[in-house]
Unconditional design. Structure first.
Length: 397
């Protein structure tokens, strides 16, 4: 089995490693170190503060936002970079609630990433206006959307199982009752085709260190539907989102359009790494990536179920209903994953019993899948996970 999107030669992958964890942290594109070094030496070192103008650091958040917008079906000028995903969740939800002052319920689901729920809880408590967060099972979302809901806040692809919401259908259901729709694309952007403009959703957010290979701590993004960009309230009124930041006015006046969603000084070094990393997408379509990823996932599921009966599929069996990852349940999943990593196959673990594997066809091919299953079968058949060193939990799983 071959796919036509493989670009393994563009990535700096350690020899002897099969990397199935790009859904958590993408690997390093080979061109990034040289570009970052140039930025540090020639721009920061050579230009000093002049780099804000001469190297266009100041416009970088919008420029990179447009690059990502092209990968998530968003028009130019509707995506802004900066800060962390948690901050962007806060901004999007605060803006959504300000649009619906008469409604007091935020709806989410139990498959959402916990930080999204934490940010919602903190914001609602701080507002002190009687809002509540309602969390339902993923399959119950559509039935829970009613005219009490101010905002529906969901992650399109479940971080544990890869289960995928139908973005268009859920958005339509929310908007029929007048609710505002917010999508978290952390496990979607760069993994599968996304059509934000076509969905009609009001807001979307996402990170760039997974499938977009921006590196640990890479900046997050926020999308605001263009017709709302001049009225959405940014909540975090930072000077970079001011209409005239270098006028140094004492009072905040939001910038026009998506610029108002800027907060503080952008992380130029990290954003430069991301900007360069996005070059691996030149000439690649998300439709081709998605087709190749489905082929790899189907191969993996078939081979694992044939050779590793100890594992139970936790992801949807229909590949169209999951993102670009496959998860299996195993009571000793943590130890088994550590034993697997020790033998050069890197996936990760999510409590309580999920062994998680990401499939990114830019650098994973059919041979990698078979090789990974060979080692997984060895770990399980010989119970290599019983080794004491595999059973001590690290801080990051």
């Amino acid at each position: 089995m071959m796919n036509n999107v493989t670009r393994k030669h563009l990535f700096d992958l350690p020899e002897g490693v099969i990397y199935l964890d790009g859904n958590s942290l993408g690997p390093l594109p080979k061109s990034v170190p040289q570009r970052v070094q140039k930025m540090v030496t020639d721009e920061w070192g050579g230009m000093l503060i002049k780099g804000w103008n001469e190297a266009d650091w100041f416009t970088q958040p919008g420029r990179v936002g447009d690059q990502i917008g092209a990968l998530i079906g968003a028009p130019a000028g509707s995506v802004m970079m900066g800060d962390t995903l948690s901050i962007k969740v806060y901004q999007a939800l605060a803006a959504a609630l300000s649009m619906m002052p008469e409604r007091k319920v935020v709806l989410s689901d139990s498959g959402n990433f916990p930080t999204d729920l934490y940010m919602a809880q903190g914001l609602l408590e701080l507002m002190g206006q009687g809002h509540s967060l309602r969390v339902v099972d993923p399959e119950d979302v559509a039935g829970a959307i009613n005219d009490q809901i101010a905002a529906v806040m969901l992650t399109e692809v479940d971080y544990r199982t890869g289960r995928k919401h139908d973005m268009a259908a859920v958005t339509q259901t929310a908007q029929k009752v007048g609710a505002v729709m917010i999508w978290d694309l952390a496990h979607s952007a760069g993994a599968l085709p996304v059509d934000l403009a076509g969905s009609g959703c009001e807001f979307a957010v996402g990170c760039t260190y997974k499938y977009l290979n921006g590196g640990p701590g890479a900046p997050a993004f926020i999308y605001v539907r263009p017709d709302l960009a001049n009225s959405a309230r940014p909540a975090l009124q930072g000077w970079m989102g001011h209409d005239a930041p270098f006028a140094f006015d004492m009072d905040y006046r939001p910038a026009g359009g998506i610029e108002r969603m800027r907060v503080g000084t952008p992380p130029v070094i990290q954003m430069t790494a991301l900007e360069e990393a996005l070059s691996v997408w030149d000439g690649v379509t998300l439709d081709a990536v998605r087709a190749a990823a489905i082929d790899l996932m189907e191969q993996f599921v078939a081979e694992v179920e044939a050779r590793c009966p100890q594992l139970t599929l936790a992801s949807p069996r229909d590949p169209q209903k999951r993102g670009s990852q496959v998860s299996f349940r195993f009571d000793e999943g943590y130890a088994a994953m550590q034993a697997l990593i020790d033998r050069g196959v890197i996936g990760d673990f999510r409590a309580p019993d999920i062994m998680r594997f990401g499939f990114t066809p830019l650098y994973i091919d059919s041979g990698d899948v078979s090789g990974a299953v060979d080692i997984l079968a060895e770990v399980l058949t010989n119970e290599l996970w019983r080794g004491p060193k595999y059973r001590t939990r690290a801080k990051v799983t």
